[in-house]
Structures are given as C-alpha cells and as structure tokens.
Design a protein around this ligand. Structure first.
Ligand SMILES: Cc1ncc(COP(=O)(O)O)c(C=O)c1O
Ligand SMILES: N[C@@H](CCOP(=O)(O)O)C(=O)O
Length: 463
C-alpha cells in the first residue's frame, strides 16, 4: 500500500514513512493510493468479534509490511488494554433507532485515544527498529493534546510539544496536558485560537531546515494513521446494528473533519453507511460550505464545545482531493486561495459529489444546552457538549427506518461547567483521575510566533 499527497507533488511513501512524516513536503496530506474493499461476507464476519480483532482486520490491509502480523496484533492489544470498557466502543440506545457510540472510555476520556494509543505503540516499535528518534509537534483544541501526551509520555525516542490556545480549553483538558511530569512532554499555551496553533504546526513542517534538524513528526489527524485507527469503530457499530444486511447512518460532531473522514473511508471499504452527517457548533464553516458551495473563513467564536472551535478544517482537503478526481494541483490552488483570501469556491460538480456523500447541520449554544438537558430527562444519558451538538443534528436528519448512530466523542466530565449549566448536575471524573485537580501543573506560555516556538523546541530538546 502506497500513500500519495493531496497536493500531488510530494514523494510517494509507504505506510511507515507516511506515519513518521506527518505533513507531506508539498504541504498536502497523505492518503492511500487506493482503498481496499471488503466483501459482504468479510463485513458480516466482523459482527460480535472483540474490538481488537476487528481493528486488526480493518487496519491490516493499509499497513503494508511495516509490522509482521504478530507484531501488529501485539500493538493493537497493548493500545486498547488501558480502556475502561470491555467493548472499547460500546453502543447505547437512546430512542427509537437512535444510538450513541461511546468513544470516551480510553485513558483521556475522548475518541482521540482510539488512534493516539495505536500511534504511540506504532511509533515506539518503528523508531526502535530504525534506531531513530523524533520530535512531535501537535496542535490541539483540547483533546488531541491530552491524548498525545498520554500516549507518548516517558517514551525514550520521542519529545512531544503540544500547542493549545491559551484560555480556550476546559480545565480538565488543560490539566490533562499540564500535569504529566515526564521530561519528554511539553504543554505550550499559545496566545491565539486553535487555528493559530494548527497554522504554526503546519508552518513548522513547511520550514524544512527546522523540520529536518529536529526530525519533526506529527500526530494531528494530518497523520493518516490517526484517521485509519478511527475507521474501526464505524465497523464495530454498524455490524452490531445489522450491517452489511442493513444500512446504518452516522452523525459526527465535526471540527477538523478527521473523524467523519474515517467514516467516509469505512463507506469506501464497503460498509453500507446511509447518511454520514456533519454536525457543527456555532463555528459552522463546514455546514455553510455544504449549503453555499464556498469555503469561507469567519472568526472563531469560543463555545461550550471548545474542541470544535475550528475554521480551518484540515482533513476537508482529503475529501476535496477525491471530489476533484484526485487532481492535486486543483487542491493546491484552493488551499493557496484559502490562505491568501480566506475563502475558495467549490465547483458545481465537486459540490454535487460532496452533497451525495455528506449531509450537514449545526447547533447553536442554546440548542446544545437544551439537548444535554433533554437527553438526560428522556434517557438518563449524560452528553458532553460536542456529543450534544451531534445528537441535536442527528434527530433532525434521522430516517426512522434506519439506525442513526451519534458519535459520543468525549466524556461529560471533561466539560463539567457546560454540563452542570444544562442539567444541574456536575459529572464526576472517573476514579482513576479523581486527583487531577490537585496535581501540580507545568506549562510554557508562547506567543503566536513561529521563530519563538522553534527556538523554544530546540532549547528544550538539547537541554
Ligand atoms: C470531543 C470532540 N468532539 C469532536 C471533535 C471533532 O473531531 P474532528 O476534528 O475529527 O472533526 C473533537 C476534536 O477534534 C473533539 O475533541
Ligand atoms: N479537536 C481537536 C483538534 C485537533 O484535531 P486533530 O484531530 O487534527 O488532531 C483537539 O481536540 O485537539
């Protein structure tokens, strides 16, 4: 399996190279040259298997010869052993043909753990074999950063630097990043929003001298391995609900478009997904794009679902590449227009294809709060605000004859203020992290300036 860049001008890489590279050298994102399709019988055979076995069968065709079958099975076993639920991603029914897919039973209580725990194991195995070490840089609106720090803390071959927007993550998210004491992890609070953090990360990758000097690697969903690991739970959920003999729909609370892009890949692999619904908060660039055909940035408003406060939705580039028939120059032109003018138009043909692939909706702050309250009243389930955005949109888009699964992307205890304001109860943290509020914090404040960030990173890794 080979990987190509969405901008068509970077070297074609193996899975291992693409995983360790992060952003392509032409500024694009790596995607598989082709997507393997599973037969109906292969999909049917997944029903009822342990999560780890499904993960092996889904991811194996994408990894080439990076790991032997037994190495890969061991990596998967280690990745999910710290999850707090035997099913890893349990389904909960909340209404007639309405389901939640709980993706928050990993070590940092968000769906990011599904991929980050895998990547941590894969990086360690690959770097040990190569006798190499890397410097990971990541941008976070709260959850990617904590999952990355958890996955890489204490590893010998890796230093991790996470940029998060100062004052714009929840206290639990911040503390998950700032309380680990291992020397190889560094939480950097940047004066700006998530888009600034993500832009500086991409700038660092595009600054080749720095990139090569520190051997930069990335664990945001620009890294294909992140997306790949997230494909698995679409299969476990859909087969539990009758796929491949029955269609299943998914609504995905969306920011950087990584999680929903994983659903798109699952569908391309043959999973009969009926609707794939983009759910956005007030920062609704993706919903507006689907409605108007123009991808136009607006300011980022802080919301009660802060992890989705994003305007430059990284993985949207991956789907554009496909709806533009894999024309890397067309995608590169659009991305240049976006960075020069803050907007780009989508051609009628490409927009038509996007609308065949995805539906979309948005939830205001009041609607998000009302959904948390209504869900608790009607089903007893407590939603995090991101999941509530999804649940609100899912109800609007549901077809009563098709199961609708909303991805429950984070544990409500990560956002206790928003949840308490909505339903009058403060969700407790799981016991294993009940002392989080007492642990000492370690954080470095940084300005939104690439040179300053690069200097800091070089100082820390040579200390
Ligand atoms: C809790 C939560 N929900 C939803 C999202 C959106 O996911 P994606 O960026 O993959 O679209 C994120 C962050 O990315 C998140 O942390
Ligand atoms: N919501 C994310 C933003 C980064 O997204 P990623 O999936 O590209 O890593 C977060 O919580 O950090």
């Amino acid at each position: 399996m080979k990987y190509v860049s969405t901008r068509g001008k970077a070297p074609i890489l193996s899975f291992e190279e693409a995983m360790l590279t992060g952003l392509a050298r032409d500024g694009g994102l790596y995607v598989p040259e082709s997507v393997p399709e599973l037969s109906k019988a292969d999909i049917a055979a997944l029903a009822g298997l342990p999560y780890e076995e499904v993960a092996f069968r889904i991811m194996r065709p994408f990894i080439g010869d990076t790991f032997t079958e037994s190495e890969f099975a061991d990596i998967i076993a280690r990745a999910y052993s710290g999850f707090g639920h035997a099913a890893r991603a349990p389904l909960v029914q909340t209404g007639a043909n309405q389901f939640l897919l709980e993706l928050f039973h990993g070590p940092t209580l968000a769906f990011k753990d599904f991929a980050m725990q895998m990547i941590g194991q894969m990086f360690e195995a690959a770097l040990k074999r190569r006798g190499d070490r890397v410097t990971i840089i990541g941008a976070t609106s709260g959850d990617t950063g904590s999952a990355a720090i958890e996955a890489f803390r204490g590893l010998d071959a890796v230093d991790v630097f996470i940029l998060f927007p100062y004052g714009r993550v929840s206290e639990v998210q911040r503390r998950q990043m700032t309380t680990p004491s291992e020397d190889n992890v560094h939480a950097l609070a940047l004066d700006g929003d998530f888009d600034d953090c993500q832009a500086r990360v991409k700038d660092a990758f595009n600054h080749f001298d720095f990139r090569d000097r520190v051997r930069l690697a990335g664990v945001n969903s620009i890294n294909w391995a992140r997306v790949l690991a997230q494909v698995v739970y679409y299969f476990t959920a859909a087969t539990a609900l009758g796929a491949p003999y029955r269609k299943v729909s998914f609504t995905v609370p969306t920011g950087n478009f990584g999680d929903i892009f994983a659903g798109y890949i699952a569908r391309r692999m043959g999973l009969p997904i009926d609707k794939l619904v983009i759910a956005t908060n007030r920062n609704d660039i993706l919903h507006r794009t689907m409605e108007t055909g123009a991808y136009t940035k607006a300011g980022v408003d802080p919301t009660i679902s802060p992890s989705m406060d994003i305007q430059v939705s990284s993985n949207f580039e991956r789907v554009l590449f496909d709806v533009y028939d894999r024309d890397g120059s067309a995608v590169a032109d659009q991305m240049k227009m976006l960075s020069d003018t803050g907007s780009f138009p989508i051609s009628q043909g490409a927009l038509g294809r996007l609308r065949e692939l995805f539906e979309s909706g948005r939830a205001s702050e009041d609607e998000t709060t009302a959904t948390i309250a209504a869900m608790f009243r009607n089903s007893g389930e407590i939603l995090c605000p991101h999941t509530a955005v999804g649940a609100k949109v899912a109800l609007e888009k549901a077809d009563p004859s098709v199961p609708m699964v909303t991805l429950a992307t984070a544990h409500p205890a990560k956002f206790p203020d928003a949840v308490e304001a909505a339903m009058g109860l403060r969700p407790p943290l799981p016991n294993r992290m009940s002392d989080l509020y007492e642990r000492p914090e370690r954080v470095t404040r940084v300005t939104n300036d690439l040179a300053a960030i690069e200097t800091l990173i070089e100082e820390k890794i040579s200390a």
